[in-house]
Write a protein that binds this ligand. Structure first.
Ligand code: G4P
Length: 299
């Protein structure tokens, strides 16, 4: 799903989520495990305020497990529990329920001490488009929930979906916008497929991806495309373009006259990356976060 976000849509999306917050106990914030910060809404803390929250690092099957562990530690430092999951295969569904229950433990305890039988925990899934919200709802519900008009500005009656006996889920997730004004964020979103190519040039996105792969996953890149040597300096754009051209030749992405069709080569690289053909790859790690001190100095 691609949504064109305008300020009016953002305001409406935010208002819709805030209206739903009144109905729910726990927010399940879905992020892409390969790019947790880039797939995050920049105003999330403000929007969710102090609602108990569980962060899910989805598509963990495609992400580098070592980097995902670093992200779990990163979120723990911010006081947030983060759980790596694969909504597509449905692993960890029981753990999601257990964690939500844990987040509500105090409230449940209080109700029990007053002799009140705690009602099912009510949860809302929020996240940017394509992060896996519908897939997760279907997994938790254990059936296919009809895709609804979950577009910003489109309202409909809310339905609760039973997840076991102890949890209920709102059938319509909250859709949030990413921080696309940051160019690096845009590249990461595009490289993982959260933003479609029509918006950005595939050559530019593939250049970003190959540069990142060359500096973090060089061996996987070499093995996948049979590249003998990678540039010593991944910052050298011409050298990275040469790698892309070598990949294009390997994959037969050629124009008449034998020149490499760089657009076709780029689309191939991105397709294979998104399908996990280069192994489990993360495109963002906590060490990529700029040091706030150095950002201030640049101003
Ligand atoms: P959304 O509601 O947040 O917009 O996302 P949705 O569930 O539609 O999921 C977007 C795509 O991500 C789907 O691929 C879905 O199968 C995939 N996906 C969701 N969870 C996982 C996961 O844990 N692992 C992997 N590998 N993929 C996951 P799709 O239907 O093929 O869509 P697309 O590829 O055409 O965008």
């Amino acid at each position: 799903m691609t949504i064109q976000w305008f300020p009016g849509h953002m305001t409406r999306a935010r208002r819709q989520i805030q209206d739903k917050l009144k109905l729910i106990d726990v927010v399940i914030e879905l992020l892409d495990a390969r790019i947790p910060l880039s797939s995050r809404n920049p105003m999330i803390d403000e929007i969710l305020q102090n609602k108990p929250r569980l962060v899910l690092l989805n598509k963990h099957d495609l992400a580098d497990p070592e980097v995902t562990s670093q992200w779990v530690a990163y979120f723990a430092e911010q006081g947030l529990q983060a759980l790596p999951v694969d909504a597509a295969t449905g692993n960890q569904m029981k753990e999601i329920m257990a964690r939500c229950k844990q987040l509500m433990a105090d409230k449940i305890e209080k109700q029990l001490s007053k002799g009140v039988n705690p009602r099912a925990i009510r949860a809302l899934i929020v996240g940017i488009p394509n992060v896996g919200k519908s897939t997760l709802i279907n997994r938790l519900a254990n059936r296919k929930i009809a895709a609804t008009g979950d577009k910003p500005g489109v309202t409909k009656a809310q339905q609760w979906i039973k997840v076991g006996t102890e949890m209920e889920l709102l059938d319509t997730p909250g859709i949030l916008w990413p921080k696309f004004e940051d160019q690096q964020v845009g590249m990461r979103l595009a490289a993982t497929g959260a933003i479609k190519e029509e918006i950005l040039y595939p050559e530019e996105v593939a250049l970003f991806a190959v540069r990142y792969l060359a500096s973090h996953y060089g061996t996987s890149l070499q093995e996948r495309f049979g590249i003998a040597r990678l540039p010593e300096d991944p910052g050298d754009t011409d050298a990275i373009i040469e790698v892309m051209e070598a990949i294009g030749r390997k994959r037969g992405a050629l124009l008449s006259g034998g020149r490499v069709d760089l657009e076709k080569a780029s689309l191939t690289i991105l397709r294979e990356l998104r399908a996990g053909k280069m192994g489990r790859v993360s495109l963002e790690s906590p060490s990529d976060i700029p040091d706030p001190a150095s950002v201030t100095e640049e101003r």
